[in-house]
Design a protein around this ligand. Structure first.
Ligand SMILES: Nc1nc2c(c(=O)[nH]1)N[C@H]1C(S)=C(S)[C@@H](COP(=O)(O)OP(=O)(O)OC[C@H]3O[C@@H](n4cnc5c(N)ncnc54)[C@H](O)[C@@H]3O)O[C@H]1N2
Ligand code: MOO
Length: 426
């Protein structure tokens, strides 16, 4: 096996024909999202049990040390090792019984032991807990053959979290692991970012509801259900889903209305250069700002980003694979930016290509790929179709993510190391 090269930076397409010169790189597009989309300030409070998938608006501090007291890690006997003189064995009298949830009244003194259960507070005077399997109990006495170590089987107060310690920072997405830390920190109510209000406007005269009867020149709408599914998550409220005809005046009215009640307006289709592509002209008439218009990628070249009033606009291409890929690259980044989560390249990793690639250079290609397994060095190996077709989604369910094929590369051998972005949900 021969690693030919390590590829990190997708090229910029700047040796491309004149009409591609205005296109920017993926990383430049991500920077423009990060620079323009400041986190929304609105927050709300939720209980830890309702926080799944929400984004922390501020740090979470531990309200008290945890565990709150020294406690037994095993069912057994709490003893004072300093009272065990000589080489043993030792016989101790069982002087108390301490179940979890009950505070011990009596200290352990001399050759006495407290019968203790996992999670129960360790009595004063004891400095070790013997597992019950390691002692012989007879009536009200136990025999210990081997000297316990001081501290054995005791979980010390504060050993997990100190009082006041920051356990989570703002911008963290709350999954089961983070919610566990919040609960252990004693958080009764957690400050989270209020869900983003998102509107979806799917354009195209030819688009009809999936499964419906349609005329000969019409097609089933893939983008509405696909993006509705992509947006389904606790940090987003989809407040409006509309279809829009290829008509500038109508689109202008729809965009204006949608932008008044949303943080993000997502459009699909009508964003390229043809006379029937009315989304950008309609936004122009409404005085929208444009932060980028076209990225040197395949699929998804016309993807655009701007602002209309207080709402951000993300213009995804109509081709369904292009819409999905640009959602994965830029839509998820915009949601992250507006909810205060870092956006970066951290989720990209490197994989090995399973086949030779021959392609037309010019744009960085995002090719759907499947992680098929590992090579003999333990590296992930990706398989993929011979080409990327922006209108095809039939094989998308088999893909795990996107390979980044740099703009200037026309051929890559088998076993090349390339960047890979796993698909992610909100
Ligand atoms: N002269 C040029 N033509 C095109 C260029 C270009 O640079 N110069 N770019 C091409 C590229 S790349 C893309 S991507 C598409 C994107 O165009 P639009 O975003 O304007 O999308 P539409 O033209 O409206 O639609 C493209 C394609 O997708 C189908 N579509 C649209 N909506 C849906 C939907 N909801 N569900 C399923 N399929 C949908 C539509 O029927 C078209 O076939 O432009 C190229 N052209
Ligand atoms: O950029 Mo488009 O998605 O290739 O057809």
């Amino acid at each position: 096996m021969n690693v030919v090269q390590k590829i990190t930076a997708p090229g910029c397409g700047c040796d491309a024909p004149e009409h591609m010169k205005s296109l920017i790189t993926i990383d430049e597009a991500l920077s423009r999202i990060a620079d323009n989309a400041a986190p929304i300030q609105a927050t709300e409070q939720v209980a830890p049990g309702d926080a799944h998938g929400r984004i922390l608006a501020g740090p979470v501090r531990s309200r008290a040390m945890t565990p709150p007291f020294d406690n037994a890690a095993m069912d057994g006997y709490a003893v004072d090792t300093t009272a065990l003189s000589g080489a043993g064995p030792w016989t101790l009298s069982v002087s108390a019984r301490v179940p979890a949830g009950q505070f011990p009244n009596l200290p352990v003194t001399g050759l006495s032991a407290a019968w203790i259960f996992t999670g129960a507070p360790v009595p004063a005077g004891a400095d070790a807990v013997m597992m019950q399997e390691e002692v012989q109990r007879t009536g009200a006495t136990i025999r210990i053959d081997r000297r316990p170590s001081p501290g054995q089987n005791i979980r010390r107060a504060g050993s997990d979290m100190a009082a006041g310690e920051i356990v989570l920072d703002a911008g963290q997405r709350l999954g089961p692991r983070e919610i566990a830390a919040c609960a252990a920190a004693g958080a009764a109510a957690i400050d989270v970012v209020r869900p983003l209000r998102v509107g979806l406007l799917v354009t195209g005269n030819e688009v009809r509801q999936s499964g419906s009867d349609h005329d000969r020149a019409q097609i089933w709408d893939v983008n509405t259900p696909m993006l509705s599914a992509a947006l389904a998550g606790p940090c987003v409220d989809v407040v409006s889903v509309e279809l829009g005809a290829d008509n500038r005046n109508n689109l202008r009215r729809q965009l204006a209305k949608m932008s008044e009640r949303t943080d993000i307006v997502i459009t699909t289709g009508g964003v390229s250069v043809g006379e029937e592509d009315h989304v950008k002209p309609a936004l122009g008439e409404l005085g929208a700002e444009t932060f980028f218009s076209g990225v040197a990628i395949k699929p998804g070249k016309p993807v655009s980003f701007g602002r209309l009033g207080s709402a951000f606009w993300l213009g995804l291409p109509g081709n369904p694979l292009a819409a999905f890929v640009t959602w994965q690259l830029f839509g998820t980044a915009l949601v992250r930016a507006l909810t205060g989560q870092p956006i970066g390249k951290h989720s990209r990793r490197h994989v090995i290509t399973a086949h030779t690639i021959r392609r037309k250079p010019g744009r960085c290609e995002l090719r759907p790929a499947t992680i098929a397994g590992f090579d003999d060095l333990g590296r992930e190996v990706a398989t993929f179709e011979p080409a990327t077709h922006s209108g095809r989604v039939g094989r998308l369910p088999q893909a795990d993510g996107l390979l980044f094929l740099p703009a200037d590369i026309d051929e890559l051998p088998e076993d090349a190391l390339v960047e890979f972005l796993p698909f992610c949900d909100l």
